[in-house]
Ligand binder design. Sequence first.
Ligand code: ADP
Ligand code: MG
Length: 693
Amino acid sequence: MMNVPELFGSDVFNEAVMKERLPKQTYKALKKTINDGTPLGLDVANVVANAMKDWACEKGCTHYTHWFQPMTGLTAEKLDSFISPTEEGHVIMEFSGKELIKGEPDASSFPSGGLRATFEARGYTAWDPTSFAFIKENTLCIPTAFCSYNGEALDKKTPLLRSMEAINKSALRVLKLFGSDATRVISNVGPEQEYFLIDREMYSHRKDLIYTGRSLYGAPAPKGQELEDHYFGTIKTRVAAYMKDLDEQLWKLGVYAKTKHNEVAPAQHELAPIFGTTNIATDHNQLTMEIMKRTARKHGFKCLLHEKPFAGINGSGKHNNWSISTNTGVNLLDPGKTPAENAQFLLFLTAVIKAVYKHQDVLRASVASAGNDHRLGANEAPPAIISIFLGDELTAILDAIVNGKKYEGEHVDMEIGVDVLPNFPKDTTDRNRTSPFAFTGNKFEFRMPGSRLSCAGPNTVINTIIAETLDDFSEKLESASDFKAALNELIRTTIKECEPIIFNGNGYSDEWPVEAEKRGLLNLKSTPEAVPTFATPENIALFEKYGVYTATELHSRVEILLDEYVKTLNIEALTMVDMAKKDILPAAASYVKDLAETANLSKNIGAPAEFETELVKKLSVLMADMYKKLGALEDAIVKAHDITDVAQAANYYHDVVFAAMGELRATADEIEVSVGEKYWPYPTYGQLLFYVK
Ligand code: ADP
Ligand code: MG
């Protein structure tokens, strides 16, 4: 039997290991750095580094790496061994404080959006001591932030850490007004990770999955997800073995892997950890994705993290459960039981509502990618319109507050700070899966992020926009002579002002986009529309005010994201062309040839050959049509390559290239349905999704 408590965190240089291996003074100094963010002295770092090295070497490590999260959204590492030569021609294992604190990888090949001219290609990585070092593949991994020499962020972690500082400060300012003794406010995240598992052998025959992570062709299988028999269904033996192995590896790395189950689509699954501090949860989610993929290989699977690997069935998201709490253990989004707790809760709730209403654009932009465009608005994930779900009960309470009316539930009218909130059900029955931003009892669930996205981007935005609203509230309340009256008034007027963003109805309905437009809500449907909003003057002012992104960093991010969009679509388009020319048309042609030969032979002996003749005609027409559409796509690609401005190119890829891809696919899928299975060059949707034992 596996001893989980013993296994858990066994590959992590965590508090327990620190306590055991560090001199008391060093441990204290490091703890102070972790808790209060005080800089770590080199003398302390030297002792920590040496202890880390000894621990890692005992566990079989030979190398260390600064593990960081460049703008690719993946993680990066450059391995250095611990060896250091001695005069006698031997080596000893060494690791200094300097090496622990700072690294200098060559940054020139990471996307920087013009931030870093190649002549000054050096960037540096700096240890984030709040995230524990860990061992992966015989390497000691040090979680780090990645910056240019001018201090500009070249990664996803740095802005996230800055945003956590921003919300800490702003929330503490508000809490002071309530007489709280908290000294730190932490934002938390529990990301639910969805993924697909398919057979690796079948995967290896699909160029589209190999090059782009999603299927670019594929007629629907006779069965999809309509029977709803996969969601929470019994887990297949081979998949269960994979999940067990995955859990064990994640536990060793100190990841609180908690829940696993089959998801809605065939071959789709989910893993959810217990929530934690945002930057650590982000690191852990990056690790989880990496280990998911690696473990899949071991079990003969391919793990697809693409947001929409298969048309016609659900794609994969990463539901971002977010809350803020104090170092005194109070969840600020938990209503609590006393009037004072309720008042504080209502203020934080109102702050979230206002922030989301005011900043729909950046929130939407924070989840934009070519892959996620397939999900948002596709009747499986939330639409591209941002709205907030509060549930009927809480909405009714807020209504009563706004209108000064009696709340019709179990309680009389509500005076904030005096009365206790009536009980409202904690998200059990009236769960609304169509809402992008749903209050679920004591946290908000942001459902727009795609499965592959790093948690860093959306949480950087969430933390910053709420920090701004909290500051705005503090300003108003600090100057008030009657705090309670001012608080009542502030909550009342803010909720009233923000009413359009609250929507408890069906986000998939055809009426919603129409209604949303009437309410003046944004509907940024695609990445080229959404991403540029990062760099509007208002948003630059916002992020600069909180020191989260500089204007230069924002412009560079817009460029990186659009460039990534263009490149992704370009690879997809080229892959489609390749598959059409080299595989699909030849396969169809060879089927047609056999049919035609059979027809001739049949006719020679006087048999009717109706089926063969008809099918030859039908397929010939479809193939001619496909050939034409292939030409149109090729033309579009050529034209796209002439566009030098990245924003223009992104729009062109969206409007023209993507449309041409859709046309070509439609015909190819029609051909697939009529071509004999043994002629078809790829495993079909049915095989990919249902044939795993
Ligand atoms: P669902 O029913 O929405 O699929 P899951 O159990 O799969 O729920 O995931 C819920 C996620 O929310 C978990 O990662 C859980 O740890 C996280 N969570 C719970 N409470 C909080 C909180 N206060 N703040 C942030 N995340 C939370
Ligand atoms: Mg879940």
